[in-house]
Design a protein around this ligand. Structure first.
Ligand code: THU
Length: 137
């Protein structure tokens, strides 16, 4: 099980906070940035993107994940999420992330205080639904 070093966590949090500056959240005014740590040390970021048709809005975590997949990555060691209050990922994002790495570190950081909480995705989404439940084709 991979555990990021403190210096790597700091770097990942900085990237999430910077990505948060690009958040498009004119409806909720809740701005979120996310950053994924790719094996090897590259970082891929995302921010939330809202829509006037509210349900089309997409969280920062899923934007970062889809961007990383587009770059050819399929495995992630950690994700940092930057917001006011240091929120934890929503249920949809937990499921979305678990497709790739169910034991990745989830680093939740409050941009106002710098406080951080670290969990494993398997703690936030035990007994995840995954491909093992699907019929073999
Ligand atoms: N949001 C995220 O981007 N990530 C989270 O972990 C929680 C919620 C976004 C979705 C929406 O644009 C706004 O925050 C309010 O829910």
């Amino acid at each position: 099980m991979i555990e990021l070093k403190t210096r790597e966590i700091d770097q990942l949090i900085r990237a999430a906070s910077e990505a948060r500056d690009q958040a498009y959240a004119p409806h909720s005014h809740f701005y979120v940035g996310a950053s994924l740590w790719i094996p090897g040390g590259e970082i891929v970021v995302g921010c939330n993107v809202e829509n006037a048709s509210y349900s089309l809005s997409i969280c920062a975590e899923r934007v970062a994940t889809a961007t990383a997949v587009t770059k050819g990555y399929r495995e992630f060691h950690a994700i940092a999420i930057a917001s006011v209050g240091g929120v934890s990922p929503c249920g949809a994002c937990r499921q979305f992330l678990s497709e790739f790495s169910n034991d990745m570190q989830i680093i939740m950081t409050d941009v106002l205080t710098g406080a951080r909480q670290i969990r494993r995705l398997s703690q936030l989404l035990p007994d995840a639904f995954d491909a093992s439940s699907l019929p073999v084709t």
